[in-house]
Design a protein around this ligand. Structure first.
Ligand code: 5GP
Length: 198
């Protein structure tokens, strides 16, 4: 459970949720939207997740993710370091470290998490004051095209990702806001508005 200091800081400016959780299917462009948002609104604290997957080309440890071993991840689960964690695409573990988020919230900074559906559900139980934003593709076909266009996944990985995407799409009504990602800038501005940054 979140401790009292966390619960007291889940609202900002009286009513704006201080913590915003963004989720949505693979390849929808959530990463790009979030990147645009933090570049334009540097007051936002963007959580850097821990993961057991290996870095992709261009990814930097401590910036894209904290790339850690399975053993380290499991130790941190036992220690209760994670606000939430999940096995994503049936393969690697990803988790949000509790400490930096709580610190940002104590400092009054709006905080943003970009995580999967399972993780978002865990945050909802732990932080009832948070708000949840689903980034949706303009259409299913467009999502498939974006995933293929990325070209970083094998056919099998793509099948697993699309299977997860179907499950995630079916859960979009659980979210407080659904933003269709047509143009990155527009979606990022809509997210900024939902977060009370504009
Ligand atoms: P990728 O491996 O492509 O960077 O990310 C795969 C998926 O993991 C994305 O859908 C992303 O939302 C999810 N993810 C990234 N960080 C976290 C996290 O800290 N917790 C959870 N539950 N999911 C995460």
């Amino acid at each position: 459970m979140a401790d009292a200091s966390t619960q007291n800081t889940t609202e900002r400016d009286g009513n704006r949720p201080a913590l915003t959780v963004v989720a949505g299917p693979t390849a929808v462009g959530k990463g790009t939207v979030v990147k645009y948002l933090v570049e334009h609104y540097p007051q936002v604290y963007l959580s850097i997740s821990a993961t057991t997957r290996s870095p992709r080309v261009g990814e930097v440890d401590g910036r894209s993710y904290h790339f850690i071993t399975r053993d380290d991840f499991d130790r941190r689960i036992e220690r209760g370091d994670f606000l939430e964690w999940a096995t994503v695409h049936r393969k690697h573990k990803y988790g949000t470290l509790r400490g930096p988020i709580e610190q940002a919230l104590r400092q009054g900074r709006p905080a943003l998490l970009e995580i999967d559906l399972e993780g978002a559900r865990q945050v909802r139980t732990q932080m009832p004051g948070a708000q949840f934003v689903f980034i949706a593709p303009p259409s299913w076909d467009e999502l498939v095209a974006r995933l293929r266009g990325r070209g970083s996944e094998s056919e099998e990985q793509m099948r697993t990702r699309l299977e997860t995407a179907r499950i995630e799409m079916a859960a979009k009504d659980e979210f407080d806001h659904v933003l269709v990602n047509d143009e990155v800038e527009d979606t990022a501005q809509a997210l900024a508005s939902v977060m009370g940054l504009t």
